[in-house]
Design a protein around this ligand. Sequence first.
Ligand code: COA
Length: 163
Amino acid sequence: MKRALVPGTFDPITEGHLDIIRRASQIFDEVIVAVAASPNKGGRSRLFSLEERVVLAEQSIEDIPNARVESFDELLVTFARRMGANVVVKGLRAITDFEYEFQMTAMNYDIDSSIETVFIMSPPKYMYLSSSIVREVASLGGPFREFVSEPVYRALRRKFASS
Ligand code: COA
């Protein structure tokens, strides 16, 4: 049984993430979407709480039978080992992702070389997509339906309708 982790902050999960998760689910027997608690990455606060991010990810992957969602608040490699996964899948978008991903992969390898990181390239449509771009367009009332699942679309509309 080959089990892979697809980790991220998922604030919120987008079609770009879902594309990577779907493709990973065709390569591996089981995929765990690992939602990081990451309370204040880079000093930025989260739009969605950890619980909301988990529920939105669960609702968005309902059609992928061999994928499930877990949250974590520890080192990625420690969590991967605990989940019995020895592969971490990350999406690579534009070339600007490379340096940062390279650094994280090198550090993870240093901590535990038994966990392999595999990269899947994002298709052109999602190369420049990010959760913060979706959040920004949603907050300004712009069109973003095609970049997120229906549950995320509704959640973002609700969030910004009440703010
Ligand atoms: N499609 C669309 N957007 C994508 C994407 C894709 N395929 N892949 C990444 N992104 C975007 C995200 O939406 C996010 O956008 P934002 O910053 O605008 O919100 C951005 O890229 C960064 O993604 P994020 O999910 O925050 O991932 P990350 O690459 O920063 O890593 C963890 C997050 C959880 C994997 C990493 O912090 C981690 O491993 N944490 C655990 C602690 C640990 O082990 N630390 C040591 C690591 S060396």
